[in-house]
Design a protein around this ligand. Sequence first.
Ligand code: 5RP
Length: 262
Amino acid sequence: MDWGMKNRLNKIIKPDTGRTVMLAVDHGYFMGPTTGLEQLDKMVLPLLPYADTLMLTRGALRYYIPPETDVPIVLRVSGGTSILNENLLHEGIVASMEDAIRLNVAGVAFSILVGAEFERDTILAFTEIIDEAMTFGIPTIAVTAVGKDMVRDARYMSLASRMAAELGASIVKTYYVEGFEKVVDTCPVPIVIAGGKKQPEPDALEMAFNAIQAGAIGVDMGRNIFQSEDPVAMIQAVKAVVHQDFSPDEAYDLFKEKMGGE
Ligand code: 5RP
């Protein structure tokens, strides 16, 4: 592996623990002004000291995040459909590698929809991105999106994750499901979990804990952080689970302790 690729991967996955807390705030690319991100900078800037990586769109990066910010960026480069479209997540390439380089990103993220009618489109576009990204030593994160009517189980997640890795992804982002060890054990590249819809804080912390114990190297979490009653306290609790193996109870105690500021 080339130096640039290794260096960028080490920016995303912290070398001291081999894990990562990626803060996902890319929702606007298909959901518009998502609850909590209406004024994206106001929400995100106080969270950045605790995030290992920030995942977002090029527009959000340019309009809301000051270039002085010292956080590795993972740029979402897929899109094309909105929540209003029944073919949600039938995505193609929406940002060039040239622009990703201009934005000095540590990685690029692309959603594939395995099992959907249009899976081929998303997979072929993803491999185009991989080829371009590899030319410049940029890691790719495959987001294994799941259609509304599709079953979320370990069998499906292993299929989608293994495919993403074999197609050339550097990291796979998938959803936590029961039997997650199978997903991790059959995927040759590191796995991070998405948070999914907002859950009560103890449940989200337990999900993160279970994923880490099953072998995930971290989270790429959005709504369960920025829609929390206290996002700054929540990201610290998630970070303790990911980097310090806090139990769900210990992490929830930390959340309560941090609520309302230091
Ligand atoms: C869609 C995505 C989202 O844009 C987002 O990153 C998910 O974050 P969360 O589910 O934790 O709110 O990846 O597939």
